[in-house]
Ligand binder design. Structure first.
Ligand code: FES
Ligand code: FES
Length: 155
């Protein structure tokens, strides 16, 4: 996970999300719906975004898992993390990590996605307060500062 090999002994029923949060103390992926409906738990498995709440930890054995912590650090942010900050893209700490991971995966696949690709890449992540314009600004150009949040509610 995040570049390190981790060996765990867990019950077979433990989800990847619970293993990350409760066993490995990696709390970037958030437990919000816990049923594959919101995207707050999104992590990369071998580079592909997945819902960690909907996968058993044992299913991910031997695979590369990257959480938002693994993308970058406050001192050395991934360009997508930096773009979220510069565009004031979101408000809360619940949905943001999942959006950052999903956006990084989307832009890694296609640096200039069209509308349909954005829908497909980010359609599984939800922000209940509607900060989608800020996220669109991130997708339009990581590192392009100057957005005002794009109409963030309450911003
Ligand atoms: S917590 Fe996993 S999709 Fe909502
Ligand atoms: S910013 Fe997290 S739900 Fe809207």
């Amino acid at each position: 996970m995040n570049g390190a090999v981790r060996r765990l002994e867990v019950e077979p029923r433990v989800t990847l999300l619970d293993g990350l949060r409760d066993v490995l103390d990696t709390t970037g992926p958030k437990k919000v719906c816990d049923r594959g409906a919101c995207g707050a738990c999104t992590v990369l498995e071998d580079g592909q975004p997945i819902y960690a709440c909907s996968r058993l930890l044992i299913e991910s054995a031997g695979r590369s898992i990257t959480t938002v912590e693994g993308l970058g650090s406050p001192e050395a942010m991934h360009e997508v993390q930096r773009a979220f900050v510069e565009n004031d893209a979101q408000q809360c700490g619940y949905c943001t990590p999942g959006f950052v991971v999903a956006t990084a995966a989307l832009l890694a696949r296609n640096p200039a996605p069209g509308e349909e690709e954005i829908e497909a890449g980010l359609g599984g992540n939800f922000c209940r307060c509607g900060t989608y314009m800020g996220i669109r600004a991130v997708v339009a150009g990581p590192g392009q500062a100057g957005g005002d949040g794009g109409g963030n509610v309450g911003g």
